[in-house]
Each structure stands twice: as C-alpha cells, then as structure tokens.
Design a protein around this ligand. Structure first.
Ligand SMILES: [Zn+2]
Length: 311
C-alpha cells in the first residue's frame, strides 16, 4: 500500500451552523463512499497530528497566528460561535480542527518526502486556500497547502514544489502567500467571475492562473490543462506536487457553475500523477478544499484517490 489517508475526528467538531455548506457531513460522506467502494482497504489510515505555531508561521504572519489563536481559544472557552468574516464562523471546535488540518498537510508532506508512502490525501476541514497571510476568508483559517509546501522547502530542503489548485474558486490566499516565491509554481483554474473575484491578473510570474467562464465542461477544461498548465509544470520539474483538491467544480455543485464529473477528476489526477512520476518520485500531497454537493464530493474524492492509490 502506497497511499496514506490522513484525517482526524476533531476535524468534524468544527461546525459553522445549520445550513452552512462547509459542514462536518462532508467528511462523513467521503468516509462512507470510501467504505462502500472498497477503496478504504487500499489506504494506510493515519490520524492527523496538531500543527505547531512555528509550522503555521511559515505561511502566515506571527501576528495573525497569535491573534487567531487568542480568538479561537476564547470561542472554545465561551462555547459560543462567533463570526470572523461574512462567511467564516468560529465555533468551540474550530481551533483544534484548524490545527489538525494544517497538521495533516505537514505530516503527509513528511511521510511522502521520506518515502514511507508514495502519496497522501488529507480529508480535513476547515479548508485553507482562501486564507491569506493575515486574514481568514471564505471558510478558511490556516492555508494548509501553503503550510505543507513551505515545510517541504524550508524544513525538508526541497528546492522546487508545485501547487495545483482545481477548486472552482480562485485560491487567492495561496496566491497571496506564495506569489513571488519562485521555489513554488502554482497552477490553477477557477470559474471567473465567481467568489472571490480575484486571480484574473496573476500577482507573480510563478502563478499560472486560468480564469474559466461559467458552464465550461470537462473536455474543454482538459484541453486548457494540457495547453496552459502542463508545459509550465514539466519545465519547472517540481520535487513534490501539492494539490488543493476542491471538488466544487463538479456539475452537481451549486456553489459554482462548471461542469466537471468524476471522470474529469480521474483524468486530472492521472495527468498530475504522470508529472509527479516523471519529476518527483511520484510524491503527491493532496489536501481537501471545497466540494459541497455531498454525493458528488464523495464520488469525486474516490475517483481522485483511486488514481493516487493506483487501484
Ligand atoms: Zn471552492
């Protein structure tokens, strides 16, 4: 078995209230589908550790980390949920869940770098790609993928890593953190216009941003990936490949209007696996971002992880 599956029960204790799309049931749907598909048996299951503040500060300002820690610990003690921004709510379970999510990305990065496993998927929440250096945003607190990527560079000694973001929303937080860091090449597509309405003009030469109009189907997106992402990624020769794996570009997901289906996620994952096999000893760390139509999310994660696990 060569694929690790990181999650933690505490990731379910972050709950932004009834009717909020970024809900604990997302992780339940994923684990149910893994079980019923039988894929569960092909994975090495690992509990996500808690990230340390030092690890998180590789992607966020120390001021932000301390302020958020104080805020989330107050919420934990008071037992009362509190809004951080328009669509991001802190609840008593949020602090531990956020540390587990970042901790999963770090532990997966270490395990994959050491070669304990070839690749890893982190089924964690809260997600991360809208969290900027110093702001929570769009359901995100800590930028899990950026924290993992910086860990690979600053601690493990990698020289080049790629971040691929196929969430329907632009990963503005990741771009805010890594734009201008030429050790990282970030390739993404995102529906435009759509929240957070950024990304059309990249903030650095290390960003491959592809805005896509609503109602674009999978076949067109595959062509875009081959034309716009792959040449830059092949030329970059990353030593590790990180994926911001959001599944809200699925046709059934109402938070976006793109038309991907499971077969498209399978195809994209094969492309990225090929890239990692050629340049990165197969090393992929994939971290869950969005995906809110529960059944489509679960089926798409299984399609994605099935390719990672090569079964
Ligand atoms: Zn999203």
């Amino acid at each position: 078995m060569s694929t690790a599956f990181y999650t933690h029960a505490e990731c379910r204790l972050h709950d932004m209230g009834a009717g909020h799309p970024e809900c604990p049931q997302r992780l339940d749907a994923i684990s149910d589908q893994l079980l019923s598909s039988g894929l569960d048996m092909a994975l090495l299951h690992r509990d996500a550790p808690l990230a340390t503040l030092e690890q998180i500060e590789r992607a966020h300002t120390a001021h932000y980390v301390l302020q958020l820690k104080d805020f989330l610990e107050q919420v934990q003690e008071s037992g009362e949920p509190r809004h951080l921004d328009m669509d991001t709510v802190a609840c008593p379970g949020t602090w531990r869940a956020a540390l587990r999510s970042a901790g999963a990305a770090i532990a997966a990065t270490e395990a994959v770098f050491r070669g304990d496993v070839v690749n890893a998927f982190c089924a964690v929440r809260p997600p991360g790609h809208h969290a900027t250096r110093d702001e929570t945003m769009g359901f995100c607190f800590f930028n899990n993928v950026a924290i993992g990527a910086r860990h690979a560079l600053d601690v493990l000694g990698c020289e080049r890593v790629a971040i691929i973001d196929f969430d329907v929303h632009h990963g503005n937080g990741t771009e805010d953190i890594i734009a201008g860091d030429d050790r990282i090449l970030m390739a993404s597509f995102f529906q435009h216009p759509l929240y957070p309405n950024s990304g059309a003009v990249p903030m650095g030469t290390n960003m491959v941003n592809v805005p896509i109009p609503p109602y674009t189907r999978g076949m067109e997106i595959r062509e875009i990936i081959d034309a716009m992402w792959m040449p830059r990624l092949e030329e970059f020769r990353p030593e590790m490949v990180f994926i911001s794996a959001g599944f809200d570009a699925h046709r059934e997901d109402d938070l976006g209007q793109l038309g991907l289906v499971e077969a498209d996620y399978e195809w994209i994952t094969r492309r990225l696996k090929g890239l990692a096999d050629r340049h990165s000893k197969g090393r992929i760390v994939s971290v869950l971002e969005g995906g809110y139509a529960l059944s489509a999310l679960a089926r798409s994660v299984v399609a994605h992880v099935r390719v990672l696990a090569d079964v």
